[in-house]
Design a protein around this ligand. Structure first.
Ligand code: GUN
Ligand code: ZN
Length: 425
């Protein structure tokens, strides 16, 4: 048994439906076999002194972050500014993605990628994989070695992009099935059927993705949706329907579907997502960097579409969900009366419990309740850094959390745990 001692902040009840921030100082979380078996004031805790005590009193402890949209092959492409989506793909992202055909190169990128997640305090991620099966193997291998919870899959395209990234419907199905057999449900890894976006997938390729999703054992589905106005117009021309329907008609929408962006949805599309129980990964730094637009959070919430955060590395500007939370807040502020007012507890919820819910892991992770596995990040800034000063002078825990979202970077994450065990890249 291990006793974690510190100030723990979480959102077991959603602030979007009236829940408050739960925050307790000098708390003991008793963890056995990775699971929280007791939470009680440290001083009255019944531990008998034989357990290891991990003293995290300096700083704050938050549930491990859940990144619901991040691209493994793009870690080295972060920072390509000044372009809209389709130019950025051609000039920044895809040349780098093509390099992952080389398995040794892909393995080194996988190490950079997984270590980037861990350093940011991310313990669970839905990861856009690579166009190459060997590179997807490299990602799962590295995530397993480190111990992260990763859902990912082979990325599929057969038009519009550069040809060295293309597959065929038959190959996509066969390679996807092989990868799913090898990785889905193995330890903490799961498989996600991953057409890149309907713009780059023929009807036949979309149907092959739908077949794999239907045939596989509760596989996941992820792709992009309604990110950029030119992209959306292209999809309408190719499919003759709205963007969400381009997935629905191949059977790709359901409660295990996560669509990134959805910056420009129609009312019908939001209703369709809600009807299927499909969720949206909101990627605010990416939306700002590519000039994609301001995310209509309020209409998603009003129609009952689940939303969580994604870093969208490498169009997004880094792995930190502190930064994504802050940018999500900025975007709603910039929407003025159309924006949804967010406070620090909403940002924490979006970065943790909402992500767990979207990824079907609410029973396992997302907060520090008894019965959940202990996934955590320890925020402990350097002494006398601006964040340290701000935390020491915070009015209360909500205020301290706001200061964390305003100022924290991966350099302030002093430790990351998955199921009670420390992880490092
Ligand atoms: N749409 C299709 N591919 C991508 C990608 O790599 N990044 C983003 N932001 N949008 C996409
Ligand atoms: Zn993306």
């Amino acid at each position: 048994m291990t006793v974690f001692r510190g100030t723990f902040l979480d959102t077991p009840r959603s602030p979007f439906t009236g829940g408050q921030l739960r925050a307790e100082s000098d708390l003991a979380l008793v963890v056995r076999d990775g699971v929280i078996v007791a939470r009680e004031p440290y001083t009255s805790s019944v531990h008998d002194g034989s357990e290891e005590v991990v003293d995290l009193r300096d700083g704050l402890v938050l549930p491990g972050f859940v990144d619901t949209h991040v691209h493994f092959p793009q870690v080295r492409a972060i920072g390509g500014l000044g372009m809209p989506l389709l130019d950025w793909l051609e000039k920044c992202a895809l040349p780098e993605e093509a390099r992952l055909a080389d398995a040794a190169y892909a393995a080194s990128v996988a190490a950079d990628f997984v270590s980037g997640l861990v350093r940011a305090g991310t313990t669970t991620a839905l990861v856009f994989g690579s166009h190459f099966a060997s590179a997807v193997d490299a990602l799962f291998t590295e995530a397993t070695r480190v111990g992260l919870r990763v859902t990912s899959g082979l990325v599929l395209s057969d038009r519009i992009l550069r040809e060295d990234l293309f597959t065929t419907p038959e190959r996509a199905y066969a390679e996807g099935l092989e990868l799913a057999k090898r990785w889905h449900g193995q330890g903490r890894t799961r498989y996600a059927v991953t057409p890149r976006f309907s713009l780059s997938c023929s009807d036949a390729l979309m149907d092959s993705a739908g077949s794999l999703l239907a045939d596989g054992p509760e596989l996941w589905f992820t792709s992009h949706l309604n990110e950029n106005v030119e992209e959306i117009e292209g999809v309408r021309q190719l499919f003759g329907c709205d963007y969400a329907s381009s997935y629905e008609r191949s059977g790709l929408l359901g409660p295990r579907s996560v669509l990134a962006h959805n910056v420009h949805p129609s009312l019908q599309e939001l209703m369709m997502l809600a009807r299927h129980g499909a969720a949206v990964a909101h990627c605010p730094t990416s939306n700002a960097a590519l000039g994609s637009g301001l995310f209509p959070l309020g209409s998603h919430l009003a129609l009952g579409v689940r939303v969580a955060l994604g870093s969208d590395v490498g169009a997004g500007t880094g792995f930190s969900l502190f930064k994504e939370g802050l940018q999500a807040y900025f975007a709603q502020q910039l929407l003025g009366r159309e924006g949804h007012r967010l406070s620090s507890r909403h940002l924490l919820h979006l970065a943790t419990a909402a992500g767990a819910d979207v990824l079907g892991l609410s029973d396992v992770i997302g907060d520090f309740s008894v019965g959940k596995e202990f996934d955590a990040l320890w925020l402990r800034p350097a002494a006398d850094s601006t964040l340290d000063v701000a935390l020491r002078h915070a009015d209360d825990h909500d205020d301290a959390l706001a200061k964390a979202f305003a100022l924290a970077t991966p350099a302030d994450v002093a430790g990351t745990w998955v199921a009670g065990a420390p992880v490092s890249g």
